[in-house]
Structure formats: structure tokens, C-alpha cells
Design a protein. Structure first.
Length: 292
């Protein structure tokens, strides 16, 4: 049974609409979100001056199976939500300060990644990509989907048939069509998305090479045949962009540049054709990003 995804929001929406005694429970819970997961049904009932059955009815009206289910869901929700619900900060930070904060976080995360990147893992991935006839980049969620799209855009310009996927059904379907000359490249900061892990298993079954850019020793890492292991800290500042996403893009660039140098003739001819096709649009023959 799938419970309420955001119990705090549901509590706030329903607050004031409960029966009198259930409302006493609602008021107490909203005022003590951080401690409810450590209390018992009897202690909560006592604190709210209601009976235990009243507490159970309150939980069920929120879509929970009972008090235990309510505590589990609330604890998960609170753990994620507190960083957004209780923040003390100056309301209007100076622009130059924000510039320093964002760029400093990126530089710091890049330095952490530089110390973690294993040249042998990069070399193994480059060798596998160079041999691939079809290259599929896979990511789910905002960050990895963005990196996967950019990776496919980067590699098709080298003359390798490349695409990116983020839909769970399409991931599985494409994996089932692959063979020994194909490669699926999985991108995930955690290595836990079920869609990616299951897709890697399908691709493995049909003999395709599976490579992942993810956290070492994660389930995804253990499923794929090759891993580029990176474990990056995320900045607690909720307003900053995810620095790991930009580092993952940099690693894709490392792979692309390395692959390009492994097959210079094919790469240069493909890039020449692409630039020639674009010159007719803007007439610019100076060095510039391909595709603007």
C-alpha cells in the first residue's frame, strides 16, 4: 500500500477539519513534528488528553494504516522536510556573495572528484565506448537525466550512434534489443534507482557492455560490468545548484575527449561535416561550440 507522500502538507490541509478530539491530536503533532516518531501511542494520547482509539482514527483519516505506519511516514517526511521548514538566514544576500558561494562549491566538489577519479576506470570505459556501435546513456530524475542528454549530444558528434533515455519502460525495451557490440551507460549519484538497476541486468543478459558513473559499491555499481566510482558530498544549502551534476558533466567531457583521441580520423571528419552543415545557417567560420 502506497501511503501519503507528503504527510506534513496533508496534515496542514486537514488541520481544523477534524472532529474536536482528533483536532487536539493534529494540533499537538504539528507543534511537535520532530519528536512524534519517538513517542508511543499511549504517550501521544496522554499528551493530547484523548483516548488511544482517537489517535488511531486520526492516523487513518490521514491515509495511514495505523499509528506505526503514521510514525514511519512522518519520520521520513520530517527528515527530508526540516531543512526546508526551519531555516534562519538573511532574506536578501548580496549578489557577489552568492556568486562566491556557488562557484566555491563547484570548485570544492571538483577537487573532491579529482582526488577520487581512477584513471584505470576511465581508461576501461574509454576502451569500451570506442568499440561500441550503439551507445545509450541512461538517467532518471532531474540531474542524471540532464547529464545523460548532454552525454548523448557529446558523443554522437564523434561519429558514435548515441541517444539518451530516462523513461523506465523505454530503458527496459532498449536494453532488450542490445547485443555484444552495444553499450549502456548509466548515470546516478546514488546508484539506487530501481529502473537503472533492472535495465542493467537486462542489458547484461543479452551481452551488452554496461558502464556506470555512480557511487562505488552501490547496487548499480555491483550490477554493471564497468564502474567509474564517484561519491560526492552535496552542499546543505538548498538554494545552490547540485555541484555533483556539473562534475558528472565534466567526467563525460573527459570520456568524450579521450574517445575522440582514440579515433582521430573518424572524429575529425564527423566534426567537419557537422560544422559544414551549420555554416549555411549562420555563416560563421570562426572556432565556436558546435551547434551553438
Amino acid at each position: 500500500m502506497i501511503g501519503t507522500f507528503d504527510l506534513i502538507t496533508k496534515l496542514r490541509k486537514m488541520d481544523g477539519s477534524f472532529k474536536a478530539r482528533e483536532q487536539q491530536v493534529s494540533t499537538y503533532v504539528l507543534e511537535n513534528l520532530e519528536t512524534i516518531s519517538q513517542t508511543s501511542v499511549s504517550n501521544l494520547a496522554k499528551a493530547c488528553d484523548v483516548s488511544e482509539p482517537t489517535v488511531i482514527r486520526f492516523c487513518r483519516k490521514l491515509g495511514c494504516e495505523g499509528f506505526k505506519d503514521f510514525k514511519i511516514q512522518l519520520a521520513q517526511n520530517v527528515a527530508v522536510s526540516l531543512q526546508y521548514l526551519s531555516r534562519s538566514e538573511s532574506p536578501n544576500p548580496k549578489t557577489d556573495s552568492t556568486i562566491d558561494q556557488v562557484l566555491s562549491a563547484l570548485i570544492s566538489t571538483t577537487n573532491v572528484a579529482h582526488n577520487q577519479i581512477n584513471p584505470e576506470q576511465i581508461a576501461n570505459a574509454v576502451e569500451a565506448i570506442t568499440k561500441a556501435q550503439t551507445l545509450i546513456f541512461c538517467g532518471v530524475g532531474g540531474g542524471s537525466t540532464t547529464v545523460a542528454f548532454d552525454a548523448a549530444n557529446r558523443f554522437f558528434r564523434l561519429g558514435i550512434t548515441s541517444l539518451s533515455l530516462n523513461d523506465a519502460y523505454l530503458l527496459r525495451m532498449h536494453a532488450a534489443t542490445l547485443g555484444p557490440n552495444d553499450l549502456m551507460f548509466f548515470i546516478s549519484s546514488t546508484g539506487t534507482p530501481r529502473a537503472l538497476i533492472d535495465t542493467a541486468k537486462i542489458a547484461n543478459q543479452y551481452g551488452a557492455t554496461t558502464v556506470c558513473l555512480t557511487r562505488p559499491n552501490s547496487e548499480l555499481s555491483q550490477t554493471c560490468s564497468l564502474t567509474i566510482g564517484i561519491d560526492l558530498p552535496e552542499d546543505p544549502d538548498i538554494y545552490k545548484p547540485t555541484a555533483s551534476r556539473l562534475v558528472f558533466l565534466a567526467i563525460i567531457d573527459i570520456l568524450a575527449a579521450s574517445v575522440a583521441r582514440q579515433m582521430p580520423d573518424k572524429t575529425k571528419e564527423t566534426l567537419r561535416r557537422i560544422r559544414a552543415s551549420l555554416t549555411a545557417l549562420h555563416g560563421n567560420t570562426d572556432p565556436q561550440p558546435i551547434g551553438d
